[in-house]
Write a protein that binds this ligand. Structure first.
Ligand code: SF4
Ligand code: SF4
Length: 173
């Protein structure tokens, strides 16, 4: 999987770098650059989320099937599932229409997330991974912004919970 940034569209907001600093870097020109090519499999899910988060749709994913198919087929069988969703990454409503079994399950699934304030050390890791869900702007600990958490942010929320060094994030589904 390869990521590309259309530098004519990029407004330099930094969301991509904040979400996925392993792959994106705001360069000297004030636009995002891709610093991992191809993007390693462990970052594919987060990359798809960043594509959705970019406010100007400047980020695109391509070359995944052509370039990665052989290697991924050998090393990561579940990659086939991921690549089938790539075509719909820029239009969540299409994904709902085209994957009824998958989405029927998630549509019923409500995610609630809490931060245990006494445990939170305010490191900001969760906000870096899921800024739509967590914020440290108003308090010295992470505050949950979305309750329940919309489906498109479930993956990032789970990732933030796993990354939290204090296990302060509790997810209820
Ligand atoms: S999120 Fe989009 S607009 Fe913002 S810096 Fe990244 S590529 Fe540019
Ligand atoms: S990652 Fe955990 S400890 Fe760090 S700010 Fe978020 S909830 Fe608090």
């Amino acid at each position: 999987m390869k990521a590309k940034v259309d530098q004519n569209l990029c407004i330099g907001c930094g969301i991509c770098e904040g979400d996925l600093p392993e792959v994106f870097l705001l360069g000297d020109a004030g636009v995002a650059e891709v610093i991992m090519d191809p993007v390693e499999a462990e970052y594919h899910e987060r990359l798809k989320q960043v594509v959705l988060d970019c406010p100007t749709t400047a980020i695109s994913i391509d070359g995944d099937e052509a370039d990665d198919a052989d290697a991924d087929a050998l090393s990561e069988p579940e990659e086939h599932f991921e690549t089938t969703t790539d075509c719909c990454g820029d239009d969540a409503s299409d994904a709902v229409d085209e994957e009824p079994n998958h989405t029927n399950t998630e549509r019923k699934e409500k995610m609630k997330v809490k931060v245990v304030e006494d445990l939170c050390i305010g490191c900001g890791i969760c906000e870096g991974i899921a800024p739509e869900v967590f914020s440290l702007e108003t308090e010295p600990y992470a505050v949950v912004l979305l309750d329940p958490v919309p489906e498109e942010f479930h993956a990032a929320t789970r990732e933030a919970a796993e990354a939290c060094p204090e296990a302060a994030i509790v997810i209820e589904e």
